[in-house]
Ligand binder design. Structure first.
Ligand code: 3UK
Length: 505
């Protein structure tokens, strides 16, 4: 069991751990043109915290919008807000003014720190709400922090371990975004469970990744885990996988956090970029198909660590680890968490049975006043909305999101299994499978396929792919309908948007 002191400031504690592990001069944050050591991160975030409190009037408990791209500045500001006792509400850089206004109102945000190039969206958002009263841009904050007398430090607010540290918004693919409240101890718990037991990050490591820091997958991988271990984070200067591959090569990155589609895209760039420095590869956001795991292993010699996490749980609670990896399975409960499979009434099901995934542990779902709380948390168990199967050895196998199960002629079919089979065909670059309405069968399995270069869409290829699936998995699961498309709808976090394909079908 994790025990934290009653008074705990996650920002200060993470930086204390970083400096203890890496020393004051240890590499911390790497931008394309600049680098910060851990003692500089500590010093600069102190000064930013001082500005927040003394010039912006922040008092502990105030909610602070943090709107910036993945970059050193955003991380420095994140540490500053926590040290000052503020509650971080980080938002994806792509959000438009109207979406920001919704977040500002819902989380009752009073203060905002915004990256220079994104300032217009926040100015526009501010006009639509009365909550937000204090805004500073990155340049203003930097100038104010630099103008403080030399030697200025800041004593981090002695927060209670269960004071809110951040509010993370869900992506809202299944309804209006929900704000998930996480405490100071929750921020440390993600480092002390998944990261400690599964990743052996050390001060020599350089971490890269694609998930935004506003997404807790990115926050953990690119901010919290490296800090807790004294490792460094290298930021990709612009969006896109070419820039990611270039950053891996230039910085000799050793650890990477991205979604399955990220690994498939990187594989195509592996002949132009040296990716051989990577030794810790973490995948989350959606199920990692065994086909992708195998292809990556073949090309790099490294097995991807799959892990399921959620915004509600803050980070990963079931994962593969080290030598303990069964491709196709998510893995086992992370030490500190308990996971089980339940039936519709909440009774636990034995190994082999398919049912609802339930999990409990040091972190959990706390929606910001939202009636949907009682759907996610029942009898102390968090119900993630996923359908899973547990095997005799304690490995969890993803079947589908509950709302993505396909029922065709009475058969239950999980889309990911069919997608994995399709991805094993050399012509297939990306595959998405949904249930399309059908008079006779209720639903039929329908696939959307993006082809690899050098392959042409044709009726022959369609039936070739159908035959291929029948030879890999039970024939009744084959896609009766199959469309060739140029691209699949994906979220910014690399998740397939099945609901959009379903709406079109
Ligand atoms: C799905 C997975 C199968 C699953 C997240 C790591 O994805 C994250 O958070 P979200 O709130 O979505 C949660 C839902 O996404 N999912 C995530 N990972 C997997 N399904 N295998 C996986 N490995 O439906 C889950 O309920 O966006 C992931 C860390 C922090 C996160 N917030």
């Amino acid at each position: 069991e994790l025990v934290y002191p009653e008074r705990l400031n996650a920002g200060a504690e993470l930086l204390r751990r970083a400096i203890a592990a890496a020393g004051p001069d240890g590499r911390a944050l790497i931008d394309h043109d600049h680098e910060f050591s851990w003692s500089r991160v500590d010093l600069i975030s102190d000064r930013m915290a001082k500005v927040l409190v003394e010039q912006m009037g922040l008092v502990p408990g105030n909610r602070v919008l943090l709107h910036g791209p993945n970059s050193s500045w955003t991380v420095l500001a994140w540490f500053a807000i926590l040290k000052a006792g503020g509650v971080v509400v980080a938002t994806m850089p792509m959000l438009r003014a109207s979406e920001l206004t919704t977040v500002i109102d819902k989380a009752r945000i009073s203060h905002a720190l915004v990256y220079e190039t994104l300032a217009d969206a926040v100015t526009e958002a501010r006009a639509g709400t009365a909550c937000l009263t204090h805004v500073m841009t990155s340049a203003e904050l930097q100038r104010a922090a630099q103008s403080l007398p030399a030697g200025t430090r800041f004593d981090a607010v002695a927060a209670a371990a269960d004071d809110p540290a951040l509010i993370a918004f869900t992506s809202g693919t299944t309804g209006k975004p929900k704000g998930c409240v996480h405490f100071h101890r929750d921020v440390l718990a993600m480092a002390d469970t998944f990261a400690r037991h599964t990743l052996d990050l050390t001060p020599g490591d350089v971490v890269v990744g694609t998930p935004p820091i506003a997404f807790t997958f990115g926050l953990g991988g690119l901010v919290v885990f490296p800090a807790a271990a004294g490792a460094a984070t290298a930021f990709v200067p612009c969006p896109g996988f070419d820039a990611l591959a270039e950053t891996i090569e230039r910085c000799r990155a050793t650890a990477i956090f991205t979604a399955p589609t990220g690994y498939r895209t990187l594989l195509k760039l592996a002949d132009q970029h040296d990716l051989s420095s990577l030794r810790t590869c973490v995948s989350a956001g959606e199920a990692l198909p065994a086909a992708t795991s195998d292809a990556w292993h073949e090309a790099t010699g490294v097995r991807i660590i799959d892990g399921i996490g959620s915004t509600e749980m803050i980070h990963i609670f079931i994962s593969a680890s080290g030598d303990d990896i069964r491709p196709g399975s998510t893995g086992r409960a992370v030490p500190g968490y308990e996971a089980r499979i339940m039936d519709a009434e909440g009774h636990p099901l034995p190994p082999g049975e398919t049912g609802r995934l339930a999990v409990r542990g040091p972190t959990g779902c706390r929606y910001l006043d939202d009636p949907r709380q009682s759907a996610y948390v029942q009898n102390g168990w968090n119900l993630t909305g996923d359908v899973y199967r547990l095997d005799e050895d304690g490995y969890f196998w993803f079947v589908a999101r509950a709302d993505d199960m396909i029922i065709s002629s009475g058969y239950n079919i999980g889309a990911p299994e069919v997608e994995d089979a399709l991805l094993r065909h050399p012509a297939v670059a990306e595959a998405a499978v949904i249930g399309a309405p059908d008079e006779e069968r209720g639903q039929i399995v329908k696939a959307f396929i993006v082809l690899n270069p050098g392959h042409e869409a044709s009726d022959d290829l369609r039936s070739g792919l159908q035959t291929h699936v029948k030879s890999v998995i039970a024939p009744y699961k084959y896609p009766r309908a199959l469309d060739f498309v140029d691209a699949l709808p994906k979220t910014q976090t690399g998740k397939l948007q099945r609901f959009r394909l379903k709406a079109d079908a």
